[in-house]
Design a protein around this ligand. Structure first.
Ligand SMILES: [Fe+2]
Ligand SMILES: [Fe+2]
Length: 321
């Protein structure tokens, strides 16, 4: 059995006035009900997956290793094996992220104050369940499920443990969901496997709705909050991005990936040497897109959650020009 247990106090809120009071959320609830799909029957599972056609299923920042000699020098068979395993590793992070989203949304059903917010969030619980189902099933075609990486685990747990629903909403719906959506779109473009294409296309459609929920709800909510509470939400967003962009944590994340390289016979001395050279080259580093800068920062900006108080910290992290 592989599990983690957390004891989280939750302020559950009943709502006894059932009339809609946030129309845009009620409309989104209607859309969510219409756009349900079935992971068991709406994916062409009858098609075989040719690992050579899956492509490099990289994270939402693209594949930073695509220009590395130690990979292109591998014999084709090994390169495909490496690609399969790395893709399974990336999709495993997505899979765990989907479960984190499902747990978080279950909390949102309880903690958000509006009936429309609760009805909508309950549709997202089943969306995320479907995503867990679909990614778990797809990963079996490539390799095994890999463990949840440290930084993502820390972010998801911070969201689950957050003491205000507005923090959960910004952490999951605005930051995590927008980055996931960007990642799925990138994967769809990068793969020639019809099964994966359909998996990420349908999933990204749902994630777009999840981001909308966060944006609509927080746009409603932020002006109603006290300055102190609003600052707390702003600080939570910054802390979330600090977790995901911390270079030390990124190195820890790289370790399990290095093990995958070793498994397929990469000489890690050669690989490390090349990586050190490339990652010390400012041009190379500048070419690597940061998914948090690309996808999460514009949404935080849109909500006015980056102010003079926090902008310098984002600049220091390279997330803002
Ligand atoms: Fe999802
Ligand atoms: Fe989602």
């Amino acid at each position: 059995m592989d599990f983690e247990e957390m004891i989280i106090p939750i302020k559950t809120l009943w709502r006894f006035d059932y009339e809609s009071n946030v129309k845009a959320l009620r409309d989104l609830y209607e859309v969510a009900k219409k756009e349900q799909w079935n992971a068991a029957t709406d994916i062409p599972w009858h098609l075989e997956t040719d690992p050579a056609q899956v492509g490099e299923v990289a994270g939402p920042g693209g594949d930073p290793l695509k220009e590395f000699d130690f990979i292109s020098d591998l014999p084709e068979e090994k390169r495909i094996e490496l690609s399969k395993r790395r893709s399974a590793w990336t999709l495993s992070q997505m899979l765990h992220g989907e479960q984190g989203a499902m747990l978080c949304c279950g909390q949102l059903v309880e903690v958000v104050p509006d009936i429309d917010g609760k009805l909508y969030a309950s549709t997202q619980v089943i969306d995320e369940a479907r995503h867990v189902e679909v990614f778990h099933r797809y990963i079996q075609r490539l390799d095994r499920v890999y463990p949840l990486m440290g930084a993502l685990r820390e972010l998801l747990n911070a969201i689950l443990e957050a003491d205000m629903w507005q923090k959960k909403c910004v952490g999951m719906q605005v930051i995590a969901e927008s980055v996931a959506m960007g990642g799925f779109k990138m994967m769809k473009e990068g793969t020639n496997d019809e099964v994966l294409k359909q998996v990420v296309e349908l999933t990204a459609q749902d994630e777009a709705r999840h981001v909308s929920y966060g944006l609509i709800y927080m746009k409603e909510e932020l002006p109603k909050m006290s300055d102190e509470d609003r600052d707390e939400v702003e600080d939570f967003a910054l802390a979330a991005l600090r977790i995901m962009c911390d270079p030390q944590k990124q190195m820890e994340t790289a370790e399990p990936l290095f093990n995958i390289f070793r498994e397929v016979g990469v000489d890690m001395n050669v690989a490390m040497e090349e990586m050190q050279v490339k990652f010390a080259d400012p041009d190379f580093v500048a070419r690597q897109p940061n998914p948090f800068k690309l996808y999460a920062m514009p949404q935080l900006d849109r909500l006015g959650l980056i102010t003079d108080r926090t902008a310098p910290a984002y600049r220091e992290m390279g997330l803002r020009d």
